[in-house]
Design a protein around this ligand. Structure first.
Ligand SMILES: [Zn+2]
Length: 1339
């Protein structure tokens, strides 16, 4: 087929403003210019989970709908679509109609509009975008509603990602939240700076959003006005004793005036509502009705029901400048010793689980888990279990979908409608002949537990427990001495080499051979499972008796090369007589647990090294600790060890110190190394600690085992029987993989523990480190009252330290908390187990067990995860970090089956020929390494594609003052870095440049018809969003004076290391452990790297690009969401009656489109062109013997044709009123001659004479809707017509009105016959080009 490439239309401001956001009546109508306008905003904050699971919110929505209906002045805003969607599904048609009306009338307004109110610290940005998209799609489909307000009222700190990506680029006008650091809020209150313009990206000026921080630091009602929480009702009847309206009005006005003093301008917003409020909406609204009436008759303030949208429009109308905010709101403390930094790590296993590959079926479960009480790990245990059940259910379903798709592809079946080669499904069967008896005997016991997995043709299994060497398919087959197939799917748009580890039973073979998709041999290594893996297997089997998993005692490791957006298959089979290649193990332990294979030579040398030819690790055999890492010419002294903070139990007696560490809050009380002795177990450990002996006594001695082989080199370190690290170097890979296993965290000593891994290097990073998620805060003076907890920041994917020469990066496979408390050091919190509640509402200690029960007789939960360490020269560090970060975040999906073969084939490799052993959706096209495909999703009517440019350029904004630069780029030191980055065009001199990607190459297996650039959540055209968003000015001057007001400095007793920093002067006391706030700027990293901006261009290639190219230019840090639509579907309309609705629609499209045509304009006066065309079309419809009216399913393009007979349409053209009008027009224009000429069609008549009546289809008119022209629609419809003509063996006839359309028709097989000049001698008159397309039969 001809693929249509299309220009993305960036609608101009003059075009139709058609996105239907139901706006309420302009609230300024309620506002009073001379007084304080109080916008009363009613809402309910419904946590999806936390204390309750998601079933209990229906009453709020039920009663709110009733209350709104009772009084049209009342308004309500709602944000949690997860609840709303469920409630909506249960409503009858009447209620739905009622709600739709409330939305249209502006009484019910949706804010945020995501499935949940996501957390901003621990949620990955892609998950945030996806969960917001889920809710936005529902709102758009259901109500045509496009949310305009970000409403993150409860999350515990706020990221710049939320401001830039999830607000500005989601099309919001403003963002509101409740919680910010108590010191920050006090500072802002004093300056009336609680409302600001938040510039969410250091590089991009258009990522800014008007932002309001509620004065209460929360989102509840003003004090005394929580009617649902038993505050006194408003009693306005003077005859009653309880009459209280005057004092209530005074209290209300007083609070309003206090709030007004902290904000700017004559409008304030009062939130009425809180957690699960408005379950009794009648009570709330009845009191509010009275209160508003009384307040307004008092007259000091003007109160009215409003919405955040109306409030923001009122603020926008000031045309004022607002304070500028450029960093973020992390970490959040609500009290000097209450830093909410524990939740960055709480429930690490859940945080890892959430990062599972998402598919359609998983979408809701994964979205639910992005909630600020889910991914944060701050929910109650039974809610956590509910989340896990949902996720697991979703995961199983998703796996079934994925495996059946992979199975079909591997069998060679194609997607429906794409008939290419490959063998049919029934020609594939499995190996059931050779050795089947042996298999049956060997696995008889296993077979009793579960049916033989190889009894079906290619049944793929996805194994959930690969990280503890468990998988039914591979372990069972290998234990029977049989091979198996591994299908590895790569979700990235780049090809990659990825190390894979597959569980096996080592009982039958001591070596395994791996064959790749081209029948090439792939180097493989068999390595034994580590002791900690065995422990985990036993633990799992012990707590889960019905666990269906089969544990392996070894793994086959190999490096797989995978195509972009596709899979390759590998065959793993026992190798005969190759046992010499078995990996060797060395240990520094006298009593090594792996007695066989142990070579005690390790402790004879001081250092033992692992070297894969790219990187080299040296371990100190005496301490068992890592000593150094070398990558080519770059070397760092590097150690890593495990340590734990004692969780405060909140029982201390000192003033202000009664805060416990818990699910939210990290409150450490001393740091201890994890070691086999004195690791905190029992009274002996406690005594040692009391005596100061157990704490920080120098390097711990750890057991070190070294495993070597052709694929992977491993150092296994045992710090304690509950805490191990395995460090790996893979063949051909530059990153160091560190697998941590922590748990069950012992607590027999009665101490809560928070376990960290500490990387200590000689990188001279001073007091700076960098994380991907969030930002350094130069805009206010932080007094760090908790030197450790207050220096913890969310690490969603990466953190690094650097000096002039090198950069050392830690990439994480899940969200964790991280800090750098000394120069060159990075610590990451891995796991937490606290024995006290931190009194923030969850009411439970964070005490996870392997059984999912709280305070039960079950071992503590063990968590296992991975870090990748990346060392690189400073100047070249961006590329490995960016690339590997994506690779760690998007691991390949592995699925396993028995080795299939074709029937009748007997060769060793026979039978695999028919399999499609490798496949790429992009047919091998590889995206540029700075471009990442975020999303490729079939939404039913279209595909949603998101592309992101991964690299940062730290651009100066026009007019930015020096301090703005500082704010954007950090301290003076990093300003240098930033300036040099600008001259180098970003963090990488080449990859930070704009790049152009051929979208067609990625989408070549999708049939599509047009591409539209969308907002990031896909609910509106990007151009509409750009046009409609409210922009607020930010004033640098204002901000500067605000920033530098010395009277509010919290700097106190110290000499921190910051004295040399002008304008910063963060003189903060150095604490016993830890240092002043020291983190560094936001790297525009993963959490905000995806962005959508006005500069994105989709270039139309009709003009000159190579065929089949749809080029998309991405600028650094830019994400582009586009929506290609599938092929046009044409429908036949039976035009029996021109007044029929569909016929009328088609006539409209044609008349409007053709009224701009040169020929039309020549034939009649411009003002009459449309009615003239309408008359022409109707006359053809009425006069032809068999008119055919065709339209695209959305009427974007239409055509009118007719089988040509020898009729004369002049008789009938005057029929109908419209035709009458046209005739008048024709007469008036005095060009009847031309009209007649047009009608006579001599060439057509000749054609009919040649071939006979009924042999020619004449395309009278074909046109695309005026707003859809240039998108290739005409060509699509023409294709349809040609096919139809070929089927009917019709010749096609038409008259092209321009050279451009003539070229188009020529591409579809039309041949030029002759020209018909319309103006005789007049050379300026248009010419019709007569064209004929012979039927295929006569070709
Ligand atoms: Zn909440």
């Amino acid at each position: 087929m001809i693929r249509i490439t299309v220009l993305l239309l960036l609608a101009s401001a003059a075009s139709c403003r058609g996105t239907a956001t139901p706006h309420s009546a302009d609230a300024t109508a309620d506002a009073h210019p001379a007084t304080l306008n109080v916008h009363v905003v009613c809402h309910s904050h419904d946590d999806a989970g936390w204390l309750k699971t998601v079933a209990g919110v229906q009453y709020t929505l039920d009663t709110v709908v009733q209350a709104l209906t009772a009084n049209p002045a009342r308004k309500f805003v709602y944000g949690e679509m997860g609840f709303f969607m469920r409630w909506w599904a249960q409503q009858d048609e009447d209620t739905r109609a009622l709600v739709t009306q409330l939305v249209e009338d502006g009484q019910l307004e949706f804010v945020n509009g995501g499935y949940v109110q996501h957390d901003e610290a621990t949620a990955h940005y892609v998950a945030m975008v996806d969960q917001t998209t889920l809710g936005h799609t529902f709102l758009h489909k259901t109500f045509g509603a496009v949310p305009r307000i970000g409403w993150q009222i409860d999350p515990f700190g706020h990221s710049a990602t939320q401001a830039g990506l999830l607000s500005a680029y989601a099309g919001f006008d403003a963002l509101f939240f409740g919680r910010a650091d108590y010191q920050d809020m006090a500072h802002r209150k004093n300056r009336s700076a609680l409302e600001m313009v938040w510039q969410g990206s250091g590089s991009l000026a258009d990522a800014s959003i008007f932002t309001g921080n509620f004065i209460s630091g929360n989102y509840g009602p003003p004090e005394g006005f929580a009617f649902e929480w038993a505050d006194p009702p408003i009693m306005d009847d003077p005859r009653l004793d309880e009459f209280n309206v005057h004092e209530r009005v005074d209290a209300f006005v007083e609070q309003c005036q206090r709030m007004a003093a902290s904000t700017r301008g004559p409008d304030i917003m009062l939130t009425i509502g809180s957690d699960f409020q408005f379950a009794n909406a009648h009570l709330q609204y009845k009191n509010l009705d009275k209160l508003i009436r009384a307040v307004n008759s008092d007259g000091r303030v003007n109160a009215f029901y409003s919405t955040p949208e109306a409030y923001v429009r009122a603020k926008h109308a000031y045309k004022e400048s607002w304070p500028l905010k450029q960093d973020d709101f992390f970490p959040y403390a609500d009290f000097p010793h209450a830093f909410w930094t524990g939740y960055f790590t709480s429930r690490p296993a859940s945080k890892g689980f959430i990062r599972s590959p998402t598919t359609e079926a998983l979408e809701e479960a994964v979205s639910l888990l992005q909630h600020h009480d889910a991914i944060t790990g701050t929910e109650k245990q039974h809610v956590a279990c509910d989340y896990h059940r949902r996720l697991h259910r979703g995961l199983k379903y998703a796996q079934a979908v994925v495996t059946s798709a992979l199975e079909a592809l591997i069998r060679g079946q194609d997607r429906p409608g794409r008939g290419t080669g490959g063998v049919a499904a029934d020609s594939i069967t499995v190996d059931s002949s050779a050795g089947s008896d042996a298999y049956a005997a060997a696995s008889q016991r296993l077979l009793q537990e579960q049916p033989n997995p190889i009894d079906a043709p290619i049944t793929l299994e996805i194994c959930d427990w690969l990280n503890i060497t468990a998988c039914n398919t591979t372990v069972r087959l290998s234990s029977a001495g049989k091979g198996f197939m591994v299908a590895a799917y790569n979700p990235l748009g780049w090809s990659r080499e990825v190390p894979l580890r597959v569980p096996v039973s080592s009982g039958t073979a001591c070596a395994w051979a791996v064959t790749g998709p081209e029948n090439e041999a792939v180097t493989a290594q068999l390595l034994p499972a580590s002791p900690s893996t065995h422990d985990l297997q036993q633990l799992l089997a012990g707590v889960n008796a019905t666990c269906p998993t089969t544990f392996g005692d070894a793994e086959v490791a190999f490096v797989a090369r995978l195509p972009p957006l596709g899979y390759s298959t590998f065959f793993v089979q026992p190798a005969s007589g190759a046992c010499a290649r078995r990996g060797s193990i060395q240990s520094n332990a006298k009593d090594a647990s792996l007695q066989t294979d142990v070579d005690n030579a390790v402790d004879k040398e001081q250092y033992v090294s692992l070297d894969n030819g790219i990187a080299r690790l040296e371990f100190d055999t005496h301490t068992g600790l890592l000593h150094s890492l070398t990558l080519q010419d770059t070397k760092v002294q590097l150690s890593m060890h495990l340590a734990w903070y004692n969780s405060s139990d909140g029982l201390e007696t000192q003033e202000n110190r009664g805060q416990a560490s818990g699910a939210y809050i990290f409150r450490p009380n001393g740091l201890y190394n994890v070691s086999r002795e004195g690791s905190g177990e029992g009274w002996w450990g406690m005594l040692l600690r009391r005596l100061g002996i157990g704490s920080n006594r120098g390097d711990p001695i750890v057991q070190l085992d070294i495993v070597r082989g052709d694929v992977v080199l491993e150092a296994r370190q045992v710090f304690a029987n509950w805490a191990t690290l395995v460090t790996r170097l893979y063949k051909g890979q530059s990153q160091v993989e560190m697998e941590w296993t922590v748990g069950p965290i012992p607590f027999a000593d009665g101490l809560g523990k928070e376990v960290v891994v500490v990387y200590t290097s000689d990188v001279d990073s001073k007091d700076e480190f960098w994380t991907d998620a969030n930002d350094y805060r130069p805009s206010w003076e932080l007094n760090v009252t908790e030197p450790v907890a207050g220096n913890y920041y969310p690490v969603t994917a990466a953190m690094y330290v650097q000096d002039a020469g090198k950069q050392l990066t830690v990439l994480t496979d899940r969200s964790q908390g991280g800090a750098s408390l000394q120069s060159g050091q990075m610590e990451v919190m891995l796991h937490r187990r606290t024995l006290a509640d931190d009194a923030r509402g969850v009411g439970e200690p964070l005490n996870e067990t392997a059984c999912g029960c709280l305070a039960c007789d079950c071992p503590g939960l063990v968590a296992r995860g991975r870090h990748w360490l990346v060392l690189a020269p400073r100047e070249e560090a961006a590329k490995p970090r960016r690339t590997l970060q994506q690779e760690l975040n998007d691991p390949p999906l592995l699925a396993f089956s028995a080795i299939p073969r074709e029937v009748g084939s007997s060769g060793a490799d026979g039978g695999r020929i028919g399999l499609r052993r490798t496949f790429s959706i992009s047919e091998g096209h590889i995206l540029h390494s700075n471009v990442h495909l975020l999303t490729l999703k079939d939404t039913g009517s279209s595909y949603l594609v998101r592309l992101a440019h991964l690299y940062q350029v730290c651009a100066l904004r026009a007019g930015a003052s020096q301090h703005v630069l500082k704010a954007a780029c950090g301290t003076p030191r990093s300003r240098q870095l930033c300036v040099s980055a600008v001259t180098q065009e970003g963090e990488d001199s080449i990859l930070s440049r704009p790049t152009t990607e051929n979208l067609n190459a990625v989408l070549q297996l999708l049939h599509y018809q047009e591409v539209r650039e969308m907002s990031l959540t896909g609910n509106q055209l990007h151009a509409d969003m750009q046009r409609d968003r409210l922009r607020f000015d930010a004033s640098n001057d204002l901000t500067t004076s605000w920033l530098h007001d010395a009277s509010v400095s919290h700097a106190s007793n110290g000499k921190g290391g910051d004295s040399g920093r002008s304008g910063s002067g963060r003189g903060i006391a150095r604490q016993a452990v830890g240092r002043p706030q020291q983190r560094q700027l936001l790297l525009d990293d993963s959490a905000e790297l995806a962005r959508l901006r006005a500069g994105a261009q989709i270039i139309d290639c009709h003009g000159g690009c190579a065929v089949d190219e749809l080029l998309v230019t991405l600028k650094p840090m830019e994400a582009l969401a586009t929506m290609p639509r599938p092929d046009l579907v044409a429908r036949h309309i039976h035009p029996s009656n021109p007044n029929d609705q569909e016929t009328q629609k088609a006539i409209d499209v044609l008349a409007q489109a053709l009224s701009h045509d040169d020929v039309t304009l020549y034939l009649c006066r411009p003002g009459l062109a449309e009615s003239f065309m309408r008359a022409m079309i109707i006359s053809y419809l009425l006069s032809g013997p068999s008119p055919i009216l065709l339209a695209a399913d959305d009427f974007s393009c239409c055509a009118l044709m007719g089988e040509v007979g020898m009729h004369d349409c002049r008789e009938s053209r005057a029929e109908g009123a419209a035709a009458e009008e046209a005739v008048q027009a024709l007469l008036a224009s005095n060009r009847t001659e031309a009209y007649t000429l047009l009608k006579e069609q001599p060439e057509l008549q000749r054609l009919v004479q040649q071939h006979g009546t009924g042999s020619v289809l004449c395309i009278h008119f074909i046109a695309a809707h005026p707003q859809r022209q240039g998108q290739g629609l005409g060509s699509q419809l023409l294709q349809h017509i040609c096919k139809m003509a070929d089927q009917r063996r019709h010749h096609l006839y038409l008259e092209a009105s321009s050279a451009k359309s003539q070229a188009l028709y020529a591409r579809h097989g039309f041949q030029h016959v002759c020209d018909k000049p319309l103006g005789g001698e007049n050379e300026a008159a248009p010419v019709l080009h007569v064209m004929v397309r012979p039927s295929e039969a006569s070709h």
